[in-house]
Design a protein around this ligand. Structure first.
Ligand code: HEC
Length: 200
């Protein structure tokens, strides 16, 4: 019996220490972090796009956490400065990601601001990056008659030659695709977060 009590209390202590170190302390450290002055809250459209990002599992292949220079060459890759806790104040749930099958997207809006590129790339990544292993998302688009799209005033994708639908048809983005691209374009955390160094 004595051994069981020791085992149980040992387990409780271990659990308590782990919870304090991994849950309570980090929470106390970052709960009052203010938003950087230049970070804008998401708009309604961007939040809807963020939902599309979550629903389609983009986070399984894309991180949103450029690392410090000492931890990896993320800056040289063009992914931007190391992120700081304040960059995430509006992110619920956070989408840090832990896999980098594709590039980090924390600053994709600054790196690739083109709406047309994003729409086309989501429809067919191989049309822009030969041998890309990113899945295509055709269900975020509709293929319709060119005449019908024109009547409805919709703007079809300008896909590279060979990747478009058959003659007389066009690809138009659904609302989900447009929202998602608004979200991707908003991913721009290139503002400075540290005060400029004082010149001697
Ligand atoms: C199976 C893994 C995988 C998934 C899931 C995935 N991607 Fe990708 N993504 C990649 C790879 C690999 C690349 C690099 C090749 C390319 O550009 O197509 C990439 C590239 C990108 C780029 C261009 C990045 C750059 O720096 O040029 C964007 C933007 C992007 N993905 C957005 C998304 C979005 C949005 C989703 C979800 C709808 C998504 N990806 C889902 C693997 C993935």
């Amino acid at each position: 019996m004595e051994n069981e009590i020791k085992l149980a209390s040992g387990a409780m202590v271990a659990l308590g220490v782990a919870t304090a170190a991994l849950v309570v302390m980090p929470y106390l450290q970052v709960r009052d972090v203010p938003a950087p002055a230049k970070l804008k809250p998401y708009t309604e459209t961007q939040l809807r796009g963020r939902q599309v990002y979550v629903a389609n599992g983009c986070v399984y292949c894309h991180s949103q956490q450029p690392r410090d220079r000492g931890l990896g060459p993320d800056l040289q890759r063009g992914w931007g400065r190391a992120s700081v806790p304040g960059d995430y104040v509006y992110d619920k749930p956070h989408l840090l990601g832990s896999m980098r099958t594709g590039p980090d997207l924390f600053n994709i809006g600054a790196r690739q601001p083109s709406k047309d590129w994003h729409l086309g790339h989501l429809y067919q990544p191989r049309a822009y990056v030969k041998d890309s292993i990113m899945p295509s998302y055709p269900y975020l688009f509709t293929v319709k008659d060119a005449a019908e799209a024109e009547r409805e005033g919709e703007r079809p994708l300008a896909l590279p030659p060979g990747f478009g639908p058959p003659e007389g048809q066009v690809v138009v983005p659904r609302a989900e695709a447009l929202d998602l691209v608004k979200y991707l374009q908003a991913l721009d955390h290139t503002y400075p977060v540290l005060p400029a160094p004082v010149q001697p």
